[in-house]
Design a protein around this ligand. Structure first.
Ligand SMILES: Nc1nc2c(ncn2[C@@H]2O[C@H](COP(=O)(O)OP(=O)(O)O)[C@@H](O)[C@H]2O)c(=O)[nH]1
Ligand SMILES: [Mg+2]
Length: 463
């Protein structure tokens, strides 16, 4: 081929290849690792298995296949797909172990272009999908950027009621005894910060309370143990004007400096380095676990999701827009682990999720971001069916518990609306954790509506 022609062909081919940066987030245990593992797995079987019938690319017969590529950013850990697959194919299978930091993986998806012009020159095009996994907890830190240390402290102190107040006793007792003006006692500050971090973990683990700040404290990644994550809100009773005069080497001064450093370097950096580069965002929400756990946990999950959504209210002149120029144009909210309830309950999961995100949704629509809510099971662990109860057919799920024993059960109805008092009093909702199903290594992972999610997130990119 003459070289000019070859160059034209190369040029067109490069024009046909596309990139999309897809981020997956959600509070810890929402199902990010399972979702990304399934996403990679499903796409690798694209073109050879009938696993994605709801993707228009597949319906049009244009999907050819996908494979993982060396991942592009050396400073980011790679998403550990191989370990996840290994866990899922153990006997008996287990869930992949949790990760606690940002990670990334690149997929190259091969397809036949839609446009006749492109097809005439190129049989194939490639969509490069960079998938980023980051903890939703990190998004809870956005408000810190517009709060001073003293404002943040006042806000946090105000939250220490009820269960939170009880859990906070250890660190607040020590912190209240600190002299703000005395020279900084590094050891004491580290000690209280450790108690404060333990308190945040307890809020999540025992209280089912997900709205914790700073978010990095519970998932510090590479920052674990660094002074930048060694501060806590000031709960002493001194008045603000006096505190403002504390020297920079005093207890108060050092805490304030660490807080400021955290905001500027950790929080702002995350938005600059990661968030601003995202094209499409998936937000995973486990609506079922808080329903299991009770009203306080459910309410707190709502608060946390609302808080998380602030990052998408960027507006034309908002702080987000000015500081980071984000470019996300589509957000998918997915209610995860839908295989925990019978299929007739899936529409309720979706409408419940819609109510949870309602306000932010309106805002986003107003700003031209496309949003959608759906339910998924990234990795389906149960089989829906019927059981006969007193001669009548009733819906049920079959699966295996974590200890490998088989169960058949009806977990209960999901409320279609934000649950009221009566729901909690009647508490008809209870489900165990299922272990994954045993599946052949070369078969795609069983899933519910991953194809619908993929179609929404990527469909328009396969042009
Ligand atoms: N049944 C079922 N359980 C799931 C699914 N996805 C996640 N889980 C459960 O939720 C736990 C946390 O999921 P993971 O993906 O590690 O959450 P992450 O912390 O957001 O990455 C897993 O260990 C599973 O027990 C799913 O699709 N179906
Ligand atoms: Mg994870």
């Amino acid at each position: 081929m003459p070289s000019v022609k070859r160059r034209v062909k190369q040029w067109v081919s490069r024009g046909a290849d596309r990139h999309v940066r897809l981020a997956v987030t959600g509070l810890s245990r929402a199902g990010k690792t399972a979702f990304i593992t399934s996403l990679i797995n499903q796409l690798t079987h694209l073109g050879t298995e009938p696993n994605l019938p709801l993707m228009s690319l597949v319906q049009q017969g244009r999907g050819l296949g996908a494979r993982r590529e060396p991942h592009p950013h050396m400073h980011l850990p790679a998403f550990d797909y191989d370990s996840a697959m290994q866990a899922l194919h153990q006997t008996p299978p287990v869930w992949p172990s949790p990760t606690r930091d940002v990670s990334e993986v690149r997929l190259a998806v091969r397809y036949r272009p839609q446009s006749a012009a492109l097809r005439a020159i190129n049989e194939m095009a490639t969509l490069y999908v960079d998938i980023v996994d980051y903890p939703g907890e990190w998004l809870l830190d956005l408000p810190l950027l517009s709060q001073s240390y003293s404002q943040w402290s006042a806000k946090q102190a105000g939250l220490l009621t009820g269960r939170r107040g009880e859990l906070a006793a250890t660190w607040t007792t020590k912190a209240a005894a600190l002299d703000p003006f005395a020279p900084a006692d590094e050891k004491m500050l580290a000690d209280i910060a450790e108690d404060y971090t333990a308190f945040l973990h307890q809020c999540k683990a025992h209280g089912g309370l997900h709205w914790v700040q700073p978010g990095r404290f519970v998932l510090p990644g590479e920052l674990a143990g660094a002074p930048v994550v060694q501060f806590f809100p000031w709960v002493g009773k001194q008045d603000e004007q006096a505190l403002a005069k504390a020297g920079k080497d005093s207890n108060y001064g050092v805490l304030k400096a660490r807080y400021d450093y955290y905001c500027e370097h950790v929080v702002a950096n995350f938005y600059r380095e990661h968030f601003a580069k995202i094209d499409r965002q998936v937000i995973l929400v486990d609506t079922l676990q808080p329903l299991n756990a009770g009203p306080a946990a459910f309410h707190d999950m709502r608060l946390a999701v609302e808080q998380l959504m602030q990052s998408f209210k960027y507006g034309k002149s908002g702080l987000m827009k000015r500081l980071f120029s984000p470019r996300i144009d589509k957000v998918l909210f997915a209610a995860t682990k839908a295989d925990h309830v019978t299929p007739d309950q899936h529409p309720n999961m979706v409408s419940l999720l819609q109510q949870i995100v309602h306000q932010a949704w309106q805002q986003a629509a107003f700003e031209g971001i496309d949003m959608r809510c759906q339910s998924v099971a990234a990795i389906e662990a149960t089989t829906p069916g019927y059981v006969s109860v007193k001669g009548e057919n009733q819906r049920a799920l079959k699966g295996f518990l974590a200890d490998n024993s088989p169960v058949t059960l009806y977990p209960g109805d999901v409320p279609a609306q934000l649950p009221e008092e009566t729901f909690w009093q009647a508490q008809g909702f209870d489900f165990p954790s299922f272990r994954p199903q045993q599946a052949p290594l070369d078969a795609p992972l069983p899933h519910i509506r991953m194809d619908k999610a993929l179609d929404y997130l990527l469909g328009d990119k396969f042009r």
